[in-house]
Design a protein around this ligand. Sequence first.
Ligand code: TYD
Length: 131
Amino acid sequence: MDVKLIHIPKVHDVRGSLAVIEGDCIPFKIARVYYLFDVPSDAYRGGHAHKEQQSLILALSGSFEVVVNNGSKNERYLLNKPNIGLYIPTGVWREIENFSSGAVCLVLASTNYDENEYIRDYDTFLSSKQS
Ligand code: TYD
């Protein structure tokens, strides 16, 4: 699976840490940024794949788990560091769960929001992988 963790370069000194995403740091141009917050611990987010969109998911605060599936295998990632993001290429089913209290999930996306570009039905997703 081409899903991978990406370390965001950071500058650290006694005043704290600063992480910066620019240039070739991530493998796509950012078209949109959105974030999830005030998420109940038993909430389940995601549950879809994309026909075009690539994403980078970051735990800006707190932690959560991302389960990814490429149609043939599952992988589970715990995100709990603001400078380590999970890159998800197009055509990968993702689910996000087990949010800690105060977790903030930042998503950098390669496309503008377009509901037609989503695959929200798991069987449809699996069929798209077989064709
Ligand atoms: P949804 O895709 O269910 O969120 P998640 O993937 O985190 O579970 O989106 C929730 C709602 O927000 C849904 O009505 C679509 C809307 N939405 C936008 O209007 N713009 C956006 O950029 C996104 C990501 C979602």
